[in-house]
Design a protein around this ligand. Structure first.
Ligand code: EPU
Length: 351
């Protein structure tokens, strides 16, 4: 596959200066990059970084652009990640190991693993974005995080051009977090991800919305990964806007985690608060519920709005700028803090 170091001709595709990024960010913001080039393999990346046009420029790595708020034109070089390919690299009695190029569409990759008879990623169906973006914020949904299926991540350090393989521990995954979002931020371009898909499959269908959807389909439990996949797709379609129809970046805030003491006093004032106790005794709150309770669902600020079916999702109704979205987010954070004393942390990166 074209992610290996030995492969193919160097082929970065350079675009004309002032390249429009509208189709490269799921909010659909109409901003431009000074330069952009499409990276199809590791050799292509090396060639792009050596190119005289790249010297001294800031770099921005974009996959599907599903976790970014672009507030202005980018005065630098955008690397559009298009490394393709998916294959089983190894198989033992317990698991399949599947490697996918960073530019592969995430949902199509999940569907491909299922069609090839390798379940394990079905709870993560329909998440927008690419394979290479998945480890950065450790995408998760309906009771599963990608960290639980990640064997390793291959990445190139942009400054040196050196190739690294990170095992799952090196990635330091946390809730919507990883090394690549912290110390490794802006330093690496992920070229491929290898997943470990266990052969002993068990449905992971305890998440309330998912269990309800399966029950509605007359299933007391999922018989196969396809049942879970179909139910996840249905739940997501019902609640979350399709970025192609309505620009958004999924959950705009992380669900905040507070200590038990703060929770105990909060729950006395707000007995209906939606909460999940964590293994360490701290308590995760549903940010969507907090925002909803403050009356924000469906409200608008110029072209920016809070989605009418899921208060955690901010949307571009058309014509909004990244700054409109950030202004709306700020007003929400202020209200939530005033009422609940809880700080909301933004999930997408703003630039
Ligand atoms: N809720 C409301 N009003 C709302 C939204 C939610 O009352 O407007 C309540 C729900 O009724 C439920 C609770 O809040 O009791 C949690 O809502 P939901 O199950 O929809 O999940 P979430 O916590 O809002 C998280 C992830 C989603 C993921 C879903 C399902 C985060 C930040 N978000 O949302 O991930 O799909 O769980 O697992 O952890 C994403 O990260 O982009 C994303 C969409």
């Amino acid at each position: 596959m074209p992610v290996s170091a030995t492969s193919a001709v160097p082929s970065p595709v350079w675009f004309a200066a002032g390249y429009p990024l509208r189709e490269h960010n799921t909010f659909g913001f109409d901003v431009r990059a000074r330069f952009a080039c499409r990276i199809e393999n590791e050799a292509g990346l090396a060639a792009a970084l050596r190119d005289p046009r790249a010297q001294g420029l800031r770099m921005l790595v974009l996959g599907g652009g599903s976790n970014v708020v672009l507030t202005r034109d980018f005065d630098g070089l955008v690397l559009l990640v298009a490394l393709a390919g998916k294959r089983v690299t190894r198989e033992d009695g317990d698991a399949w190991y599947v490697e996918a190029g960073a530019g592969e569409n995430w949902h199509d990759f999940v569907a491909w693993t299922l069609e090839a008879g390798m379940p394990g990623l079905e709870n993560l169906a329909l998440i927008p974005g690419t394979v290479g973006a998945a480890p950065i914020q450790n995408i998760g949904a309906y009771g599963l995080e990608m960290a639980e299926r990640c064997a390793s991540v291959r990445a190139i350090e942009i400054e040196s051009g050196t190739s690294y393989v990170f095992d799952a521990a090196d990635c330091r995954f946390g809730y919507r977090d990883s090394f690549f979002k912290q110390e490794g931020h802006d330093r690496f371009l992920i070229t491929s991800v290898t997943f470990r898909l266990p052969k002993a499959w068990r449905p992971n269908a305890g998440y309330a919305d998912l269990a309800r959807e399966l029950a509605q389909r007359g299933l007391s439990e999922a018989r196969c990964a396809r049942d879970v996949f179909d139910a996840v797709v249905a739940v997501r379609r019902a609640k979350l806007p399709d970025p192609l129809a309505l620009g958004n970046a999924g959950s705009f805030f992380k669900n905040p985690v507070i200590d038990a003491q703060q929770f105990d006093s909060l729950v006395l004032r707000e007995p209906r608060i939606v909460s999940y106790t964590q293994a360490d005794g701290r308590v995760k709150l549903a940010a969507g519920w907090l925002i909803d309770q403050c009356g924000w669902k469906g409200r608008t600020l110029r072209g920016a709005a809070v989605h009418e079916r899921q208060a955690l999702v901010l949307v571009n109704l058309g014509g909004a700028t990244g700054s409109d979205i950030l202004e709306l987010a700020q007003a929400i954070r202020r209200d939530v803090f005033e009422r609940f004393g809880v700080e909301l942390e933004q999930e997408p990166v703003s630039l």
